[in-house]
Design a protein around this ligand. Structure first.
Ligand SMILES: CC(C)(COP(=O)(O)OP(=O)(O)OC[C@H]1O[C@@H](n2cnc3c(N)ncnc32)[C@H](O)[C@@H]1OP(=O)(O)O)[C@@H](O)C(=O)NCCC(=O)NCCS
Length: 134
């Protein structure tokens, strides 16, 4: 059954400004280790792609935080919620640490979709809960 849904829209210009002000420190606060590596590689090739990558991750993590009903409160943290990618290109939520434990204890799994266009990035997350055996 559906446990929760979450959505978020992120202003790409704000992400760009934060990156200009704080550089890698801002990216490190938002991104998991694996995401940070991808961000570094994309930014090196084309800085604007790095900005957009960070903006979609930012919005997906906020959308996930709403879908689980916590917002950005422990155990929900930016870096414990990773947005990975399947070979097909489909994004997937990969959880770590206490957030993973919290979701597993409740039988929760998530589906995510992200999009971006010019000045905005947006995400939608659906969280499902495994039915308990009768
Ligand atoms: C949920 C949250 C991430 C959204 O923040 P935001 O990007 O500034 O705001 P957005 O416009 O994207 O979303 C706001 C909407 O999120 C929804 N929302 C707020 N808390 C929520 C929660 N726990 N679960 C699901 N949705 C939530 C509300 O509908 C809110 O709209 P409303 O205030 O008009 O009802 C943020 O409100 C949050 O995490 N708050 C808790 C942070 C906090 O108190 N931290 C303290 C740590 S010490």
């Amino acid at each position: 059954m559906i446990y929760g849904i979450g959505t978020d829209i992120c202003d790409v210009r704000r992400i760009r400004a934060s990156l200009e002000r704080h550089g890698d420190r801002f990216a490190l606060k938002i991104l998991s280790e694996a995401e940070f590596k991808t961000w570094k590689a994309r930014s090196a090739r084309w800085p604007e792609r790095g900005v957009r990558f960070l903006a979609t991750r930012f919005s997906a993590k906020e959308a996930f935080s709403k879908a689980i009903g916590l917002g950005m409160r422990m155990p929900m943290t930016w870096r414990l919620c990773e947005v990975g990618k399947l070979a097909s290109g489909k994004p997937v939520i990969v959880l770590h640490g206490v957030l993973k434990d919290w979701c597993e204890a409740r039988g929760l799994s998530a589906q995510v979709s992200v999009t971006d266009e010019t000045d905005y990035a947006a995400s939608f997350v659906v969280v499902e809960q495994k039915e308990k055996n009768p």
